[in-house]
Design a protein around this ligand. Sequence first.
Ligand SMILES: [Mn+2]
Length: 334
Amino acid sequence: MSGAARRPPPELARILFGGDRVLLVSHVPPDGDGLGAGLALVRALRKRGKEAVFAAGGEVQRCLRFLARPGEMDTSPSGPPGPFDVAVSLDSASQERLGELGSLCRRSRHFLNIDHHAGNRRFADLNWVDGASPAVGEMVVRLLEDTGIPLTRETAVPLYVALVTDTGRFSYSNTGPAAHRTAAALLATGFDPSEITDRLYRSIPEPFLRLTGLAIGALRRDAGGLVAHVTLTPEMLRESGADPLDAGDVVTIPVSLEGVEVGVLFRPAPDGGGTKVSLRSRRWFSVSDLAARWGGGGHERAAGATLPHPRDRARATVLRALREALEAGEGEPS
Ligand SMILES: [Mn+2]
């Protein structure tokens, strides 16, 4: 990424902190990055006397719910009553991924977009996109620094969650010096990181653990072993009792298998029609290019799409495309 994207556009902070009513949104449902970045900005804005709220557009994953204090987050599908002076989209590559919240953002006086998806559609009035950033939470740290707003424990905890979740606990290829430098700055505010990892990773609901058991039983390989995939059926979700919001996390199972380059999860699309496909790669295969074929997107190592087909057809389509791409050696290091 060019150096220009490293610093926020000068107008961004002026518009953001110039509004009296500010709405923060992310893709629906939000992940740890979108929610963490949003809540940190809610707190920074409120501290400066502004009215600010994060709209989730629905329920958020249970393991993330500890982050929001009462009144900081709205979970109605269409968001809190507007209008707003400023709306900020965080971590969303397109307006479509904001769901119903997109039109609420459009109706606000200023619409800002802060994101680290390289393929961001630049759908707002002012777009700050840095595809080299490990997390939007990291960009928000730079924005606060650039604006002269010191980090406090209240802003640092959600920003740390953003960084930990989007880097896979500092393990993915986006974990560079910036991720660790940012973590150091956040930790310097004095919170206990083990309390956060307890909330995020050592508080697994038993139904989800039972779902992973069913998922392991459904694990299959393809493309000469380079692909591992799992298909979750409505019956498996029902039998386990797992929260559908957590089901996407099952993709860590196929991508963790020895010798695999691409892990795939197929599951019923949350809103009824079609099949949701989650893709993860380990070293060289770009799953965002593949997801884009079906109108989806994401990052090189983590992406997703929703196919309008029932699961058998969706699986056949995706596995065929993966076989072709992997046989062609797309992106494979020589
Ligand atoms: Mn992100």
